[in-house]
Design a protein around this ligand. Structure first.
Ligand SMILES: [Zn+2]
Length: 401
């Protein structure tokens, strides 16, 4: 049962769920079978210590005040200019204290010259405004992420908009939860993010940046957030993945009330599929979990995992019409509690909408609640091509590196 304190403005929360990939937490041998390897073993940075993951690139961890208790950020040595920082941590006492300690030690008296935010979620962008003010940093991000961050930050309110409440109810939230949901407020993004800088420099899919003396190409991912920037190094086998490819947990892909008919899962799967075009076996620098090798194995597993869920959802909706909430049992292997309920709801709607867009579910309005019935035959091999054929979903191929 969700708690009032757990209700959020949806996209303003830690962006991962730990539901489906339970197997990934097993033994090293099990991980190896999944095609992943961890060149630093069990070593992870802590406090003011960093791990040098490549020439001029330091892996640092900033604590987060959530069940997902850390974010990896990467500091790139830019010589006399100072540092380029990839992602920041969320705004709050723990994050600020971590940075004050890093400023006193690791940064070596040099400023954070540039902040590159992979996307607008609080754990990634939350301290950008605060750090930029302290260091005079430039903020670099995509337009989609900057605008969404600005929209959410300025849109904070004491009460949840009626449209958000209606979205939850239509997708199966039990009606007796409504007063609690309304009481939960709508200012969580502002709490997790210091005021975003007034100016930014835009990067786009295919932009090439020089970071630490090397060329890095921006590879956009969609579905987890609007225009998430990954960075593929063109000179060394390195890939800064943000939340697009995580080794041990799957990123949350949710439909939100502001775009209630959105189809983010189609964008997410199409983005992952295009990343199969990245050549070689780069060292992946993710935002959560350990640095790893095995990008391509991980991409396969992530795509397969979503197709598995779509198949289970289709089968469950053959038994009887279901709302997104009543499909939880088909999608999630363990009981959903607390704040997870809202992330699970957004993700369930994302899977429902993906199947509906492929004409594999049909919708009926049952007294104000959407219920979905299976139509057609589920053919695993046909899902990815059908998703890529949806209008606006496929991304242009990556040019050779
Ligand atoms: Zn995220």
């Amino acid at each position: 049962m969700p708690k009032a304190s757990a209700v959020s403005a949806q996209s303003d929360q830690p962006d991962t769920d730990s539901r489906p990939d339970i197997a990934d937490h097993r033994t090293p041998a099990h991980k190896a079978r999944q095609g992943l390897s961890y060149p630093f073993g069990d070593q992870v940075p802590s406090g003011t210590t960093a791990i040098d993951v490549a020439d001029r690139i330091k892996w640092v961890r900033i604590p987060l005040p959530w069940s997902l208790d850390h974010i990896n950020v990467y500091l790139v040595d830019e010589g006399t200019r100072g540092w380029t920082l990839i992602d920041t941590g969320s705004f709050g006492e723990r994050g600020r204290a971590a940075w004050e300690a890093l400023e006193a030690g690791l940064l070596d008296g040099r400023p954070i010259w540039r902040i590159i935010a992979t996307h607008m979620h609080p754990d990634h962008l939350g301290l950008a405004g605060w750090l930029a003010e302290r260091h005079g940093s430039i903020l670099v991000m995509t337009l989609g992420e900057y605008l969404m961050a600005s929209h959410l930050w300025m849109g904070g309110a004491a009460t949840m908009p009626d449209s958000d409440v209606q979205f939850l109810l239509k997708n199966g939230l039990p009606g007796d939860y409504e007063p609690m949901v309304r009481a939960a407020g709508y200012d969580h993004y502002q709490k997790g993010v210091s005021k975003p800088p007034e100016q930014f420099e835009r990067i786009e899919d295919g932009s090439v940046l020089t970071i630490g003396g090397m060329r890095w190409r921006v590879v956009i991912g969609r579905g987890h957030s609007p225009e998430h920037a990954c960075l593929e190094c063109l000179d060394e086998p390195l890939f800064i993945a943000g939340d697009q490819v995580l080794p041990e947990i799957t990123s949350n892909v949710s439909v939100y009330a502001r775009e209630p008919m959105g189809n983010p899962l189609a964008h997410w799967i199409a983005s992952l599929d295009r990343m199969r075009q990245i050549s070689g076996n780069p060292l992946v620098l993710p935002a959560h979990g350990p640095v790893f090798h095995g990008l391509h194995a991980r991409l396969e597993r992530l795509i397969d995992g979503h197709i598995d869920k779509l198949e289970r959802l289709h089968a469950a909706c053959q038994e009887k019409p279901r709302s997104a909430v009543s499909a939880f049992g088909a999608l999630y292997r363990r009981k959903i509690t607390g704040f997870e309920f809202f992330m699970a709801l957004g993700e369930a709607v994302a899977h429902v909408h993906a199947l509906e867009s492929l004409d594999l579910l049909s919708r009926e309005d049952d007294g104000g609640v959407y219920r979905f019935s299976a139509t057609g035959q589920f053919d695993r091999g046909a899902i990815l091509p059908a998703i890529l054929a949806l209008p606006g979903v496929a991304l242009k191929p990556l040019s050779p590196a």
